[in-house]
Ligand binder design. Structure first.
Ligand code: AMP
Length: 283
């Protein structure tokens, strides 16, 4: 496994790989790797000749009062995990190399970034779209792998790729959960044991919504308010949003039809967790 820390070196490496006609699979991450990230890498391995994973805590996607400085950085164990899973290259650029003095070009995706997480994290998706564009330009992947855990991010990036005619295929990988249902997240380590137990209400409430749909319920408002009530029963949980949109275009809906994204964001103390489920109705 090769570790590359400079943008110029990464470009050189990728030029050689592409000259050999190899297909490049790319997994962008912010590190603090867990099984969710590793599932993306496994998926990339199964359909690419060369797998590049990036580890970059991207400052431009964090708001001024968010956890950029405190974000977990676990470089040594991340490298071991990448090696073990069979990643070919770990790209770990420095902030000054990605955002040199005088840098000032942004990519912003309209219409779908204002809702869900965009409401409470203004500028977040502009930071994500910008850094992913830069990474795509540097790594030039054939395919890039993202988790359903951040479903809105996947939708935003698919739209960005389409709108800007980028030559890369975005693949969405299902959410990886702990055995008790909590979606894996680098931020789970912030939770106290009590908060972690309380956070199980997320997957529980999503599953109960799925049951409602299986039993024939189609009203989005009713489903959302049931989920909201269920989460509110948990004293340590503060709901930020419980919302449903059509998937993957994220349009407003009132009834469940075809594919629907049910997404939640909930705070446990200062830790903000997100989770979601894609509900499908074939009728
Ligand atoms: P992050 O390091 O949090 O920016 O995440 C990097 C990638 O891993 C993103 O595409 C995430 O959606 C994905 N990811 C994070 N957690 C999970 C999970 N529990 N299951 C699947 N993918 C995940």
């Amino acid at each position: 496994m090769t570790v590359i820390e400079s943008v110029a070196e990464m470009r050189e490496f990728i030029a050689q790989v592409r000259q050999q006609g190899k297909k490049v699979g790319f997994v962008p991450t912010m590190g603090a790797l867990h099984e969710g990230h590793l599932a993306l890498m496994e998926e990339a391995k199964s359909s690419s000749d060369t797998v590049v994973a990036s580890i970059f805590v991207n400052p431009t996607q964090f708001g001024p009062n968010e956890d950029y400085d405190a974000y977990p950085r676990t470089w040594k164990s991340d490298i071991d995990a990448c090696q073990k899973i069979g990643v070919d290259v770990v790209f770990r650029p420095h902030v000054a190399d990605m955002y040199p003095q005088g840098w000032g070009t942004w990519v912003s995706v309209d219409n779908i970034t204002e809702k869900l997480c965009g409401q409470t994290r203004p500028g977040h998706f502009r930071g994500v779209a910008t850094v992913v564009t830069k990474l795509f330009n540097i790594v030039q992947p054939d395919r890039a792998f993202f988790g359903q855990k951040d479903a809105q991010q996947v939708v935003v990036l698919m739209k960005m790729v389409r709108d800007l005619n980028m030559n890369v295929e975005i693949i969405m990988v299902p959410i990886v959960r702990d055995p008790d249902g909590l979606a894996k997240s680098s931020r789970n380590i912030y939770l106290t044991p009590e908060q972690r137990t309380a956070a199980l209400v997320l997957s529980r409430s999503l599953l109960s919504a799925q049951q409602m749909v299986i039993q024939g319920q189609r009203g989005c408002r009713l489903i959302c308010s049931e989920v909201q009530d269920k989460i509110a029963e948990e004293p340590l949980a503060a709901v930020e949003y419980v919302q449903m949109y059509s998937f993957p275009d994220l349009q407003e809906i009132t009834t469940v039809r075809d594919k629907v994204l049910l997404a939640v964001a909930v705070r446990f103390g200062t830790t903000r967790l997100i989770d979601n489920m894609i509900l499908e109705v074939k009728e």
